[in-house]
Design a binder for this molecule. Structure first.
Ligand SMILES: [Zn+2]
Length: 265
């Protein structure tokens, strides 16, 4: 029987060989950006307030000018500060807009090679939009309802113009997402909206019949949201987003499981 490592003179087990992962060290600029971000997030530096001039930041942090500039650049890219140039210029604390978030997501999607017809886009939509419809059915304000109805009417008015129809239809979807009252989730659905509009939906709604069918589906979803029926809104939106896949995502997953029988190789 193995008694484990032999005790040393002091009675402690002998040291095992070290198994270390490489240690990641943040650059000074990243560390300083963290310090500034913490002050912004805690409210010590609220939106609209000015950061001390670069000279003061250099003095107080005892970092080099180039490092301080790099930190400021990081905050700027995140939409946390804006820079004014010239006399009286400097860095003003700002709040990132949902556009900043959307553009970051867009950059992520494009730089990681997600094309407009990528299944990941289709899935994202199927995962998010039914829930947005359900939430909208609970939370929509009168103003939200008016916005959804306005875009719905617009799709009917421009039915014969494919480009205009697609723009209005997308605006209707975004209005539903935003009526969910969850701006984080609603922002997610803006990813790739321009490229999607150009490629995938153009193919999908190229016929008048397809556009008419889509309008009918929108009408039914809108009715469920109007009547504050979350489950119905969810199911109808799931079916609608499944589109040319014919069956909602959850049903397709069930199908996949069913086709892989236990004795198949
Ligand atoms: Zn639609």
């Amino acid at each position: 029987m193995n008694a484990g490592p032999a005790p040393t003179a002091e009675g402690a087990p002998a040291a095992r060989p070290f198994d270390l992962q490489p240690v990641e060290v943040q650059s000074p600029a990243e560390v300083f950006a963290d310090v500034l971000r913490a002050k912004i997030f805690s409210g010590e530096l609220p939106p609209g307030s000015s950061l001390p001039p670069e000279r003061v930041l250099v003095e107080q942090s005892r970092l080099g000018r180039a490092t301080v500039r790099e930190s400021l650049q990081m905050l700027k890219q995140q939409g946390l500060i804006t820079t004014r140039v010239g006399r009286g210029g400097g860095s003003i604390v700002s709040r990132p807009s949902s556009e900043d978030l959307i553009s970051a997501l867009d950059v992520y999607a494009h730089s990681n090679g997600f094309g407009p017809e990528d299944p990941a886009f289709v899935e994202t939509r199927e995962i998010i939009e039914p829930w947005c419809a359900a939430l909208a059915a609970r939370r929509r304000s009168e103003a939200d309802l008016a916005e959804m109805e306005r875009w719905h009417q617009r799709t009917i008015d421009v039915l014969r113009d494919q480009g205009e129809y697609l723009r209005a239809s997308q605006a209707w979807h975004l209005a539903v997402n935003s009526a969910s009252g969850n701006s984080l989730v609603a922002a997610l659905m803006h990813i790739g909206r321009d490229t999607q509009l150009r490629v995938a939906d153009l193919r999908r709604y190229s016929t008048l019949a397809a556009r008419k069918r889509s309008i009918e589906e929108h009408e039914a979803i809108l009715e469920a949201i109007r009547a504050q029926r979350p489950t119905t809104a969810f199911e109808l939106m799931a079916g609608h987003c499944a589109g040319q896949q014919n069956r909602p995502l959850l049903d397709r997953l069930d199908d996949e499981v069913a086709t892989v029988s236990p004795d198949s190789e």
